[in-house]
Design a protein around this ligand. Structure first.
Ligand code: PMP
Ligand code: GLU
Length: 381
């Protein structure tokens, strides 16, 4: 069989690949501390599960409108309005996961040969999606500035041109945990307007922040018509396996991208959308409890690494941090998994060689264990 250039030019998702390797080792009886995949270790809150079960019992099991059930689109628009985004239902497309949302948007705005700009470190799938769409990638490095965007706005300006089609911004950030400052986002706005480019603002970690307010890029003056806001239910509501996300943007984009959705996945699962509605309408306490737990774990890891003389810029959101490791981060990660039985993802997968990404969505005992194992086996020297 012949395979297309499109598909052979990308690798499988590194995050999912390491996590399945860790699961295989565990199935062989090895006790692995798995800090690889970015998935809350909490169960989906009860009120959401109940809404999902009720929806199945009511018979919400047939096709949904491709763009999403009206009540969920309306609730999402209302939620986004609280961030200062002037979206209505018709600006919202409900998708089976934020990953699918990103995939559809990238394929709707990126032509073969178009330039896509990423801020590295950047989540693994951005580069892959852009490459599948035939994009040329330009990458701006934030690893020398404690992963902050503001100090590299000049470099970003230098990287953009009239040929740039798309810039992807992700704050709070996977994999660094950085939250970009207002000045940084305003700088992005100025550049996006100057070069007339589309910006995807991936805000999937919006509700997992440890300080400060969230600023939604699309709410800044001049950004509404060029921003696509992506979010989903996986992280803040511990719903990774339900597969529910969305994007919001100009109605023309919804119409065009809607063709990809209607010819591929059709829609997100109907009863899952009803569960999503409960997540938006229900109590926020379960999310707050998760965020408090993540913050404690973040501090535990930062202290643990500091005791080994390793300073990591404090992540202000999401549940990841970048641990500086050997220049050959892939070998470091493989050895850390095989010898210390701690699973992490090589920074190179995120465009940041020399680091390992740690997801601290694991309980405190396991995190302590991870630092001890890495320390005892000489991986933190
Ligand atoms: N964006 C970022 C930055 C992520 O870390 C993830 C993680 N899965 C996604 C999008 C996709 O999330 P999902 O498809 O589970 O909604
Ligand atoms: N986004 C998570 C991560 O980065 C989940 C895995 C994935 O979808 O790639 O680990």
């Amino acid at each position: 069989m012949n395979y297309t250039d499109r598909v052979t030019r990308v690798e499988p998702s590194a995050t999912l690949a390491v996590s399945s390797l860790a699961s295989r080792l565990e199935a062989d009886g090895v006790d692995v501390v798995d800090l690889s995949v970015g998935e809350p270790d909490f169960d989906t809150p009860d009120h959401i599960k109940e809404a999902g079960r009720d929806a199945i019992t009511r018979g919400e099991t047939s096709y949904a409108p491709s763009t999403g059930i009206p009540s969920l689109r309306a609730a999402i628009a209302e939620d986004l309005q609280t961030d200062g985004l002037a979206y209505e239902s018709e600006n919202v497309m409900v998708t089976p996961g934020a990953k699918q949302a990103l995939f559809e948007v990238v394929h709707t705005v990126v032509e073969d040969g178009d330039e896509v700009v990423l801020l590295d470190p950047s989540w693994v799938s951005y580069a892959a999606m852009a490459k599948i769409a035939g994009a040329e990638l330009t990458r701006v490095d934030l690893s020398e500035t404690d992963f902050q965007l503001e100090p590299v706005l000049d470099e970003l300006g230098g990287a953009l041109s009239k040929d740039t089609e798309l810039l992807i911004v992700n704050s709070p950030n996977n994999p660094s945990g950085a939250v970009y400052s207002k000045a940084a986002l305003e700088g992005v706005r100025d550049l996006a307007v100057e070069y007339d480019i589309t910006v995807i603002s991936d805000e999937i970690y919006r509700d997992i922040r440890y300080s400060g307010d969230h600023i939604s890029l699309g709410s800044l003056p001049g950004m509404a018509e060029r921003t696509v806001t992506v979010n989903g239910f996986s992280k803040a509501n511990a719903m990774t396996g339900w597969r529910l996300g969305y994007f919001a943007g100009p109605t023309g984009l919804i119409e065009q991208a809607g063709k990809i959705q209607s010819h591929s996945v059709s829609s997100a699962a109907t009863f899952v959308q009803h569960a999503g509605l409960a997540a938006l309408d229900g109590p926020t306490a379960p999310t707050q409890r998760m965020v408090e737990a993540f913050e404690e774990r973040r501090d535990l890891l930062l202290d643990g690494f500091e005791a080994h003389g390793i300073d990591i810029p404090t992540p202000n959101g999401a549940f990841y941090m970048m641990l500086p490791v050997a220049a050959d981060d892939e070998t470091w990660c493989t050895n850390a998994l095989e010898e210390a039985h701690v699973a992490t993802v090589p920074g190179s997968a995120f465009g940041a060689p020399g680091y390992a990404r740690l997801s601290y969505a694991a309980d405190s005992e396991r995190l302590r264990d991870a630092v001890n194992r890495l320390g005892d086996a000489g991986f933190l020297d």
